[in-house]
Design a protein around this ligand. Structure first.
Ligand SMILES: [Zn+2]
Ligand SMILES: [Zn+2]
Length: 323
């Protein structure tokens, strides 16, 4: 965290971060004193936008007719007015290219029996480059009120109504903001990152791609609150609501002291070709044992299982018919 970020204004009522240009607290609506409400300077930045997946990455003068690092579509320059969110923290890249190659081979090997036997020998890697994808990391305290139907205490009917209140603490919850990587991909990578291994300046690595935040501020807060609500729902179901079966679970959250950091996490994104088809895989740039991606299935192995199953069914039918 830079000194400037630490000195950020807080809401006098709920201690949420008050950002440049906010006239009211985004969480509780309290008016921000005029001295703190610095007016937003109109800012223009140039980014590279992918025509395929929509990802936005930082503009690089040297890159001519660039390909999207996420999906290989063509990118174009776009001028963005008032880029509301700016990354303030970049995770250190600690996995090198050789380790990334090794992790990919290991991942191929661990995919299971239904994949082609020659996958790790025959897959040709088309492009493997480091990139940073963006996410919010938030902390907050929440007062949660919940209502639910549960099988606990239901004497004759199947369901009995229950309700309760509790406090919940959110510490360093990562919410993906990437357009280049899917929710499934970022969810698979997130547990492998160390939130204390990063710096406050953008990485300057030849050929690396740095994704930009690309979401309006109001929408960003909505997505963070949605993520907090989803976590609260899980926590209530696991720890607060009595009984073993639940339905109609509803939670209401009042957040206090919401603090959001805008972070970028390192990964290797690569495309590999197997029998003329392209697949994408992503490797965590801090812990190469976290790999996610798509991989082919073996047509022959699956066919053999189906044919074997049918043959067995016929043999059984004949045996039973003949008895
Ligand atoms: Zn507030
Ligand atoms: Zn793309």
């Amino acid at each position: 965290m830079s000194a400037e970020q630490l000195a950020e204004a807080q809401c006098a009522r709920c201690r949420a971060q008050v950002e440049h240009g906010d006239l009211r607290c985004a969480i509780c609506g309290t008016q921000v004193p005029p001295s703190q409400a610095t007016s937003t300077q109109a800012m223009h930045v140039e980014i590279m936008r992918c025509g395929g997946c929509g990802a936005a990455v930082s503009y690089d003068v040297k890159a001519q007719a660039p390909q999207c690092a996420f999906c290989a579509s063509v990118m174009h320059v776009e001028r963005v007015e008032d880029p509301i969110e700016q990354t303030g923290w970049w995770g250190n890249l600690s996995v090198d290219v050789n380790q990334a190659h090794g992790a990919l081979q290991q991942w191929f090997g661990g995919l299971g029996f239904l994949r082609p036997s020659d996958l790790s020998q025959s897959a040709s890697i088309e492009a493997l480059k480091p990139l940073w994808w963006v996410a919010w990391v938030f902390d907050a305290t929440a007062s949660v009120s919940w209502t639910a139907d549960s099988n606990a205490g239901s004497i004759r009917s199947a369901w009995a109504p229950h309700a309760g209140k509790c406090e919940l603490q959110f510490d360093h919850i990562v919410v993906g903001a990437s357009r280049g990587l899917s929710y499934q991909e970022t969810s698979a990578l997130i547990p492998g990152y160390q939130l204390n291994q990063g710096v406050n300046t953008a990485p300057q690595i030849e050929g690396a791609v740095v994704e930009q935040f690309d979401v309006q501020r109001s929408e960003a807060r909505g997505r963070i609150i949605d993520a907090a609500t989803a976590i609260a729902l899980q926590q209530m179901q696991a720890k607060q609501i009595p009984g073993t079966r639940h339905r109609n679970i509803k939670v209401e959250l009042t957040l206090r002291g919401l603090r959001t950091r805008r972070c970028a996490f390192p990964a290797y994104v690569l495309a590999y070709r197997y029998r003329n088809k392209l697949y994408r895989a992503v490797i965590n740039g801090q812990n190469a044992s976290y790999v996610t991606g798509r991989a082919p299935y073996s047509f022959w192995k699956i066919s053999a299982i189906i044919v074997g199953g049918l043959a067995l069914a016929i043999v059984l039918a004949m045996a039973l018919g003949g008895s």
